[in-house]
Design a protein around this ligand. Structure first.
Ligand code: DOR
Length: 449
């Protein structure tokens, strides 16, 4: 008698740990149960993947979904719908909500809100406030917590740890991943007069300049060394930081974003105005090229979207009153596939940056590769599809992307989350079934105990 599967992904080019293979994948009870020729096997459902690539599920380790506190821009339901519509199977969500995710109550509240409403798997960062270092030790071990977030420079929301003492206290306490927004707050304050009375948005990378980013990253790495605690540097934007970080690979892991790899100043500010405003800023082409070099050389571990939606109305305020940030969770896969099509990165590097890298850095249990017994999370893509990114395709409540109108090659065709097809051909297939992500370094592992 042949084996029975809940789902078979048939006839795709499957990205296995041994390389690409033209084969089938069988799923049972949310896990990968077979990789091989399953012709004739019995299955409750089949996802035909002929002509498509079956990749490990894309994990976006930096999103802001705004719930609670700013649900007019996004919430956990709309943000995660946007994720699966874009081929993303899991997200790590940021703590600069209102209230801040800085207590056990706030973290548990997000997990409760996520249940039955989030379309993809998820975990939440605990935020460092400057006086909760001790509390973070307990908080970071709660199920559903992916690590700690530190803002060294102020951005959207109230989280800020501007001084070395505060960052040191966080690094000295606990052991899970510390992800850091590295911009030097004292230098930003010193330079704020450049934009204070109103200025063109093109001044954004002048105010928050290269030195602002580099100085914070240097301070951070020195503290990581002193406390023997590795750090994860979020959205690195400068060639200078990349060169520095390349010399400190044992202390720091590195993220950059699709928007910093795709847009550059001054063109983006001329064309998009405040829609191109984010922190740290989009910079000139010397840096865009420096980031690509760092992707090529293996300095970048992860690409995260920094999905940070604001409404068009909010963005219309005169700079610097316009908020920083732009959506990105739904456009991450198409943009990176497009760059792959243009020869800027290989498919293997894409998988490393969006799946293997996140799993490695954050100690994710059972995700990050297509392997027997792993979660059946897949991003099924058509590498040759020619599509146009359009605002009306978005599921994000904010409703706009800086990439509206961009023609791309490569598109997510289906999103499978633990064996359930959550998106196929741009259509969401409910109900939402996202669950908390499990971590090797956090016990008990949810669902395994
Ligand atoms: O541009 C940004 N927007 N950078 C951040 O660090 C925060 C984010 C937001 O939450 O809006």
């Amino acid at each position: 008698m042949s084996e029975h599967y809940d789902l078979i992904l048939s006839g795709g080019t499957v990205f296995t740990p041994s390389g690409e293979a033209a084969t089938d994948v069988g799923v049972r009870e949310g896990r990968i149960a077979a990789i091989g020729d399953l012709g004739g096997a019995d299955a409750a459902g089949t996802l035909p993947c002929s002509g498509l690539h079956v990749l490990p599920g894309v994990i976006d380790t930096q999103v802001h979904f705004r719930e609670p506190g700013a649900e007019h821009k996004e919430d956990l339901a709309s943000g995660s719908a946007s994720a699966v519509a874009g081929g993303v199977t899991a997200v790590f969500e940021m703590p600069n909500t209102n209230p801040l995710t800085a207590t056990a109550e706030a973290l548990d509240d997000k997990l409760r809100r996520a249940r039955g409403r989030m379309w993809c798997d998820h975990a939440f960062y605990a935020g460092a406030t400057g006086d909760n270092a001790e509390a973070l030790r307990e908080l970071e071990l709660r199920p559903g917590c992916c690590g700690i977030k530190v803002f060294m420079g102020s951005s959207t929301g109230d989280l800020l740890v501007p001084d070395d003492e505060g960052v040191a206290a966080v690094l000295a306490s606990g052991r899970r991943r510390v992800a850091v927004h590295a911009e030097d707050e004292p230098r930003m304050r010193e330079r704020h007069h450049l934009v204070a009375g109103g200025a063109p948005v093109a001044m954004h990378p002048e105010w928050r300049d290269v030195e602002t980013a580099l100085r914070a990253t240097r301070r951070l790495v020195a503290l990581a060394e002193r406390h023997s605690r590795p750090v994860h540097v979020l959205h690195v934007t400068t060639a200078d930081e990349m060169r520095f970080l390349a010399e400190h690979r044992r202390l720091a892991t590195v993220e950059t974003t699709p928007q910093h790899l795709t847009l550059s100043a001054p063109e983006c500010y001329e064309r998009l105005g405040a829609l191109a405003q984010m922190n740290p800023p989009i910079r000139d082409v010397r840096h865009t090229e420096g980031l690509w070099e760092a992707v090529r050389d293996g300095v970048v571990d992860v690409i995260g979207s920094d999905h940070a939606p604001h409404t068009l109305e909010e963005k219309a305020k005169p700079y610097p009153g316009s908020p920083s940030g732009m959506g990105g969770v739904q456009t991450l896969v198409p943009l990176l596939l497009h760059h792959a099509h243009e020869g800027r990165l290989s498919l293997a590097r894409f998988v490393d940056l969006t799946s293997g890298g996140p799993a490695r850095i954050f100690n994710i249990a059972g995700k990050g590769r297509i392997a027997l017994g792993y979660d059946a999370d897949f991003t099924v893509v058509d590498l040759s599809a020619a599509r146009t990114i359009e605002n009306r395709w978005l599921r994000s409540r904010s409703g706009w992307t800086p990439f509206d109108g961009m023609r791309v090659r490569g598109w997510p065709i289906a999103t499978v989350v633990r064996g359930r097809v959550a998106m196929r051909d741009d259509e969401l297939l409910g109900p939402p079934r996202g669950r908390p992500v499990a971590f090797w370094d956090c016990h008990p592992v949810p669902g395994e105990s």
